[in-house]
Design a binder for this molecule. Structure first.
Ligand code: PXL
Length: 287
């Protein structure tokens, strides 16, 4: 079984970061280690929150792992609590990433044109240094703009997204994915470009509701799919289908705006969709 480690916060309530990554990645048949980077009472979109920063724990934990030759097939980062913490995460990559494993960075810091409340304007430049070390990065459009110093637009065309993808690759990552892309009403999707020029896009139905934590759900599912051996495009598509299923299962719940989507009820569906895609990709390999 593949083993990954995810570096992000524990928001004790509110279905995001580690409370999403652990159950989803485990259900997908991948061992999920955690390195909690902060403990919050709840995520920062609630009216109030507490936050105990654990930046000073990253290095001692990394040293304990290194001294016991603990290794990971994947390293996955999400919400990071401060610019200083970003530097510690870069150091962690330098110790634990190698040509045989995968680093996936979800630069969870902004949405709808705005940085999350806990961050200042200097933060995106620190997150860009984490992205520079990644095999795959998964920003939404707002995050892609902040990482590359591009003006955020709500109306755009394929050339604008293509420009963002190229600028993201210039940060140093190997593959840039942009989530939450829409070129026509009713359709929302994801698109990627890698350094060899390979491209892929996948679109689903655009759910009008917007819920907290769906980006974390998306990134966790993408990582799980890749670790199980699915090609990146299939993993991105599987994750999109799963998030849509979760949103549809939650659509009538007002609480979901803060508490996140009820992904728990969709875990069996995720496992079914994963097995279906694995079988299809094995059939392709054999053909
Ligand atoms: O879902 C991203 C996320 C993770 N962790 C914390 C957050 C957020 C988004 O606001 O506040 C603490």
């Amino acid at each position: 079984m593949k083993r990954i480690v995810t570096l992000q916060d524990i928001s004790c309530v509110g279905r995001c970061s580690i409370t999403v990554a652990l159950p989803v990645i485990s259900a997908m048949g991948v061992e999920c280690g955690i390195l909690p980077t902060a403990v919050l009472s709840n995520h920062t979109m609630f009216k109030t929150f507490t936050c105990k920063d654990l930046t000073d724990q990253i290095d001692p934990i990394a040293k304990a792992w290194a001294s016991q030759d603990i290794t990971f097939d994947g390293i996955y980062t999400g919400y990071l609590a401060s610019g200083e913490q970003c530097q510690e995460v870069v150091n962690f990559f330098e110790q634990f990433s190698n040509s045989g494993n995968l680093t996936l960075v979800d630069p969870a810091m902004a949405d709808n044109g705005k940085l999350y409340p806990a961050f200042d304007d200097a933060f995106p430049a620190e997150m860009a240094k984490v992205c520079a070390k990644a095999d795959i990065i998964l920003p939404n459009i707002t995050e892609a703009c902040l990482l590359t110093g591009t003006e955020y637009r709500t109306e755009y065309d394929e050339a604008y997204i293509d420009g963002l993808l190229h600028k993201l690759l210039e940060l140093g990552c190997k593959t840039a994915v942009i989530t939450g892309v829409s070129y026509e009403p009713g359709k929302l999707g994801v698109t990627y470009l890698d350094r060899s020029g390979k491209r892929f896009s996948y679109f689903t139905r655009h759910c009008p509701q917007s819920y907290h934590g769906t980006g974390d759900l998306y990134a966790s599912t993408v990582l799980g799919g890749i670790m199980r051996g699915l090609p990146l495009g299939d993993s991105l598509a599987l994750a999109a289908d799963f998030v849509v299923a979760c949103i549809e299962a939650t659509a009538s719940s007002k609480a979901a705006r803060w508490y996140g989507v009820e992904f728990e009820s969709q875990i069996p569906e995720l496992c079914r969709m994963l097995e279906e895609r694995l079988a299809a990709s094995e059939r392709l390999d054999q053909a």
